[in-house]
Structure formats: C-alpha cells, structure tokens
Ligand binder design. Structure first.
Ligand code: GLN
Length: 261
C-alpha cells in the first residue's frame, strides 16, 4: 500500500518536471520564442552530390549547398536546421511555410518565380547527358529521338526533355535512381545537372557509363524563399554578398570544385 503511494507520488513529480520542461522549450515563454525565430528552417533534397548528400554512416548532411547555407545562417546570426524532402516537395514546403528557405541545386526560372522568390544566383550550372559507355547511337541531344530517358521528377531536366521531340521520359525520384535505371538498361540516357553528372562519373566510381559534352541548357542556381518574405530574401542576399566579398564563398567553392576558373 505504502509503496504504491510513493510510486504514484514519484510519477506525479516526474510528470511535473516533464511538463515544465515542455513549457520551457516549446510553448509560449518569451526566450523560447526568440530561439525559435533564430532557427532558419532549410529544405533540401539530399540526393544531389556534390551539392547535398549524406555518406553512409554519417550524420551530417554535406556538400556545397550545405556549407553555403550554414555560412549564410552564421552570417545572419541564425541557427540552421536542415530538413530532407523530395525535390518535388520543396516548393510546396516553402508555400506551406514548413521551411523558410530552400537550397537544393534549384534552378532559377520563370515558372518557379510565379510561386517563390529567389536569391541572387550562387552557382552556374546546366544540363548534360549520361549514356552507357558502349553507346554508339547517342552522341547529341538530337539523337534522343525514339529513345528512353530518365530524369529526376520535378526538375528542369524533366521539363526540358519533355520538350524534345519523340523522347520517352521516365521520371524517377532521385538522380541515383536514374543512373541505376541506365545501368539496368531500363533507359538509354539520363539527363541531369552537369556538375552532378560529372561528380557521379568521377567520384562514384561509376563504371560502364560516360557523360557527353553537349549542354542542353545553361542554368543558375538560387536559394528559394516564400513569396511573402521579401525581407528574408534581402537578408539572404546581403549574407551571400558578404560571403562573396570576404572570400568565404570562394573557400567553399574550392573545397567542392577546385579553384574557380
Ligand atoms: N537544377 C535542377 C532543377 O532545379 C535540378 C535540381 C535537383 O535535382 N536538385 O530542377
């Protein structure tokens, strides 16, 4: 009997501590509110090396974009919290305000500008194509007529390849899925961003595939921001400018791509 009472008192005490802890971290209290505002919630599709990726057994997301957004957050005095989302879910996440910004090798284009704001461009990219090493029939984009091509869903690659005449487009979730499909001969080519194709070929020990020189497009990457948040766009641009001026951007660039040409 007595023991039971002690236990229930202990339980009540534990509950009270728990409830108080809950109060301090999440609900209402002013300092917690300040802390909340300081967190910059970032959305990214962590499947795009060398811009955003996660090595097996590693906790931290890494890549050019990850270093850049952490440096931008630091410049803004805000803690950075990165959420891994599917590429086609990034703009909806911004619109639904579950993230403040998106950095994900995202190309600035007019289509997207109808839904989000973009920072100043931070990286020049473009689309190239990867085929199997023994491929003889495909040397240029014009040769894709009558062929099957894998692209990542929701990307500029998907949009651009759909414009080509007589191409069968297979939209998959990640670039890695596209490369796997190419190797498995489910498609004849992969169209994807040049730096990611190059990284895949050189760093990933990709055997049996090659990247072609021709570029389908030239594109600039930008950090996307909710359409209502012009203030945040200004802050991000100011931080980016500062990092370009103080050499930090060049350092991050050199880390992932070698010295700037
Ligand atoms: N740059 C391309 C786009 O914006 C692909 C980006 C990505 O797959 N992460 O659509």
């Amino acid at each position: 009997m007595k023991m039971k009472k002690v236990l229930s008192l202990l339980a009540a005490g534990a509950f009270a501590v728990f409830a108080m802890a809950g109060c301090g971290s999440d609900n209402g209290a002013a300092p917690a509110g300040d802390k909340q505002a300081k967190v910059l919630k970032v959305g990214s599709s962590i499947d795009f090396p060398p811009f955003e990726f996660q090595d097996e057994g590693q906790k931290e997301y890494q890549g050019f974009d990850m270093d850049l957004i952490r440096a931008i957050g630091k410049e803004m005095g805000r803690e950075v919290e990165i959420q891994n989302l599917g590429f086609d879910g990034l703009i909806p996440a911004l619109q639904g305000k579950s993230v403040d910004v998106v950095i994900s090798g995202m190309t600035i284009n007019d289509d997207r500008k109808q839904n989000v704001l973009f920072s100043e461009p931070y990286y020049q990219s473009g689309l190239t194509m990867v085929v199997r090493e023994d491929e003889q029939a495909i040397k240029t984009f014009a040769d894709l007529k009558g062929k099957k091509v894998a692209v990542q869903i929701g990307t500029t690659s998907a949009a651009e390849v759909k414009k080509l005449d007589g191409v069968e487009v297979k939209e998959l979730n990640t670039p890695a899925d596209c490369f796997m499909e190419l190797k498995a001969k489910g498609v004849d080519a992969v169209v994807n961003d040049r730096p990611v194709n190059d990284y895949f070929i050189t760093k990933n020990a990709a055997q049996g595939v090659k990247t072609l020189e021709e570029k389908l497009t030239a594109e600039d990457y930008g950090i996307a921001i909710n359409k209502d948040n012009a203030e945040l766009q200004k802050e991000v641009n100011a931080a980016l400018k500062k990092l370009k001026e103080n050499g930090e951007y060049d350092k991050i660039f050199a880390k992932w791509f070698g010295e700037k040409k």
